[in-house]
Ligand binder design. Structure first.
Ligand SMILES: NC(=O)c1ccc[n+]([C@@H]2O[C@H](COP(=O)([O-])OP(=O)(O)OC[C@H]3O[C@@H](n4cnc5c(N)ncnc54)[C@H](OP(=O)(O)O)[C@@H]3O)[C@@H](O)[C@H]2O)c1
Length: 345
């Protein structure tokens, strides 16, 4: 499902040098928006998708072709080097690789298979196809890697940085969809859930469309080449408590919070980790609980490595869409975005 668009966006300028782009991850939240942004700039895009793409495998290749009428859709397996060459690149030349591909579950095995190994194979196949530039969607949280999916992403970032190809590694803060899980709770009169007092963390939320524009502009903007690019949305950083206050104001209700102790997550992690030693699927659940704990306690802002503190002022901003405007659209009844497997609340 597509998240609601905010205010009409000005038409972007056409790329002075339209490129032939090979894209993976075009069926994801940011991938769809990025594909749109690339096409609007006049680039020619071939999207490589798996046979049953979309959240929960809901889309077929034909639906993808209908969804992306101005792009070429090719079907194959991104983890398989032969399929990449035969079904994806097809012996043709490309200028740029754009990847918004990432594990949907974030479990350690899937993260290493997709965020690292599939990308390593993809990079090799892309190089053979003449690609000289790579734009990679990563995540700001890899600056403090405590989780397996972050280590997997970092490992590929290193491969890319050392590849000799021109690269832009885009590390965004928090997406709107990841901060929109409590609208129905609040509509139904329930309290807004926060960890601790709701002020343990902060982020500069970024919309799909603003991030997509930023990613697409990496193709032409030489200032973004060979750089790791942390990026947030416009305005001041917001804590979860401030997000809740904004939501209650939109519903014209007095704010009511339920404070969840972080220690509760610690207990869940301990129990699942212990059980995971005998029941392997529970080890993956323990990692998902660790992911939840990470986002409950770490800000999605640039980390000052000297002080160990997150720094809102040092976190660059782009775009014009605000989380509050996005909430307002959802409160009015626009369809909620698909939130994926990382959602905690
Ligand atoms: N959520 C946040 O707040 C946040 C903040 C900063 C950074 N990020 C990062 O942003 C990235 C993308 O986020 P998103 O929300 O756009 O992701 P998403 O909606 O889950 O989309 C993931 C994309 O990767 C593709 N993919 C996954 N497994 C694949 C496989 N085995 N073979 C081929 N393609 C595969 C998916 O294809 P299918 O449609 O076939 O599944 C889909 O196109 C992630 O790296 C995430 O860590 C997220």
């Amino acid at each position: 499902m597509t998240a609601p668009d905010s205010a009409p966006r000005p038409a972007p300028t056409l790329s002075p040098l339209p490129r032939r782009i090979f894209m993976v991850g075009a069926t994801g939240t940011i991938g769809r928006a990025t594909l749109r942004a690339l096409l609007e700039r006049g680039h020619q895009v071939v999207c490589f998708v798996r046979p049953r793409p979309g959240a929960g495998g809901k889309l077929g290749p034909e639906e993808c072709r209908q969804l992306f009428p101005r792009a070429t859709v090719r079907v194959g397996e991104a983890r398989d080097r032969e399929s990449l060459a035969r079904d994806g690149f097809c012996g043709e030349r490309f200028d740029v690789l754009v990847s918004c591909m990432a594990s949907r579950s974030g479990t350690p095995a899937d993260a290493w298979a997709i965020d690292h190994e599939a990308h390593v194979r993809l990079l090799a196949a892309a190089r053979e196809a003449g690609v000289f530039q790579v734009v990679l969607l990563s995540a700001i949280c890899v600056q403090k890697p405590l989780l397996e999916f972050q280590r997997a992403k970092l490992a590929f970032e290193k491969v890319l940085r050392e590849s000799g190809l021109t690269y832009s590694i885009v590390r965004p803060t928090a997406f709107f969809k990841s901060l929109s899980g409590q609208i129905e709770r609040v509509r139904r009169g329930k309290p807004f859930l926060v960890f601790g007092d709701g002020r343990l963390t902060a982020c500069k939320p970024i919309s799909d469309a603003d991030l997509a524009d930023y990613i697409a502009e990496c193709v032409d903007d030489e200032r973004r080449w060979n750089r790791v690019l942390p990026i947030g949305g416009p305005g001041a950083a917001m804590t979860p408590r401030q997000q809740g206050e904004q939501l209650f104001a939109l519903f014209d209700k007095p704010p009511v919070f339920k404070e969840v102790p972080v220690a509760l997550l610690d207990v869940i992690i301990k129990v699942l980790s212990a059980l995971g030693r005998v029941i392997p699927p529970l080890a993956a659940k323990a990692e998902l609980a660790r992911i939840g704990r990470y986002y409950a306690t770490e800000s999605m802002l640039v980390l000052d490595t000297e002080t160990g503190r997150y720094d809102a002022a040092a976190t660059p901003s782009t775009g014009s869409d605000t989380l509050v405007d996005f909430y307002a659209q959802l409160v009015r009844g626009d369809p909620a975005p698909e939130r994926g497997d990382h959602a905690v609340f």
